[in-house]
Design a protein around this ligand. Sequence first.
Ligand SMILES: Cc1cc2nc3c(=O)[nH]c(=O)nc-3n(C[C@H](O)[C@H](O)[C@H](O)COP(=O)(O)OP(=O)(O)OC[C@H]3O[C@@H](n4cnc5c(N)ncnc54)[C@H](O)[C@@H]3O)c2cc1C
Length: 415
Amino acid sequence: MAGQTIREPARELPVVAEADVVVCGGGPAGTAATVAGARAGADVLLVERYGCLGGLATGGLVIVLPPLTLGKHQVIGGIGQETMECLHSTGEAAYRNERGASVFDPEALKRVSDEICVAAGARLRLHSWVVGTFGEADHPEGVIVESKAGRQAIRASVIVDCTGDGDVAALAGAGFERDDRMIGLPFRVGNVDIERWLAGRAPDGGGTRTIHEAAREAAGYESYFGISPVDVEPGVVWGNNHMATGDFLDPEVLTRMEIRGRRAAWDALRVLRERMPGFEEAWMIDTAWQIGVRCTRRIEGEHRLTFADMQARRRYEDSVALGNDFRDPDLVYEIPLGSLIPRGLDNVLVAGRCISSDAEAMEPLREIHCCWTMGEAAGTVAALAADRNGSVREVPVDQARELLTDAGAVVDLPE
Ligand SMILES: Cc1cc2nc3c(=O)[nH]c(=O)nc-3n(C[C@H](O)[C@H](O)[C@H](O)COP(=O)(O)OP(=O)(O)OC[C@H]3O[C@@H](n4cnc5c(N)ncnc54)[C@H](O)[C@@H]3O)c2cc1C
């Protein structure tokens, strides 16, 4: 009966792999951590629960990226910039405004993410969930994974948690703040007459705000429904939305949201087809196959980055990355290594949409490009820690900053 407990018998687990660094989760943060760690000379194994890399930026159909620059200053360099240059060079990404925001093809990002990891010499283990850690309470010796092959162990000197939800740090005993914000289920529709739609949207074309609002209402999106052209895919429009808040670590809630999100996308499309100029022959290409969880846990780290710190442009001796803010294009801030180190754990780092911060600071931090740059920092520090019995606090910060800068990452605010 639900509510009762059972006792699972103890069992021996096979150790199926060993690595200097195990990166858990292959989204933007995990991909960058893997590449950076391998390029810094570590033997890196990336463990991902699904069958592709990219996380929400591929499976979640989150395909719009804020600018990597502020005027003449590079804000996000390194692996994030390299990835976008790769997509732009093949026409698989396009700039959507003069400030440098991009839209990209998620299938292309899957391919580029595979290639960049493999070329760096890292090993990938897809279709494997990280479900636990083992070893000392403050110094785990590795992670436990579950897959079609059963329950297995992977030994590693350093663990980098890039699961987005801070799953591994939490399993290892790190404290965290819950932060369940609006979930969404993006989608793409094809065969839209983009020119006619945009002409109709302009005020002198009659305006389409009421039709858009009718589509939002039909879908039941709580606060936000946006549609925009996917410039790299002719006739394709991307839908993004805010559905609801809830406990998004609970599979029952996630299941309800998947069903509701798919229904909502079709309800929105029905109204668009009936009433929006240019959408008469539109059809649903896909709804995201990875539900859009924006945030669940913020791990308690050595430093809790606050939005006030960001606004004050606070400088840190251990700054390992810069970030910016899609809501305020002029805001650029430093991200200290302390925010990537969970309190009480010796050989674990976190990167991505679960680092140590306050709720307001997480809003820009969780954007894809910031996750790339945090991942790159975590992977670099992890590689250096692997030579120091895994202890991330023993890594000379200046050496990490120098390695990152040499690799094209930006770690200091411009003067
Ligand atoms: C609806 C929506 C719209 C958004 N819009 C934008 C936008 O326009 N622009 C922008 O830049 N950002 C946007 N974001 C934010 C951005 O997409 C994410 O915050 C970013 O992708 C987070 O990167 P990450 O690597 O930290 O986590 P994720 O992208 O979530 O990647 C985590 C990876 O870890 C894997 N994983 C999770 N748990 C485990 C486990 N236990 N074991 C093994 N693997 C695991 C997952 O499968 C996934 O591949 C949006 C997010 C949502 C949800």
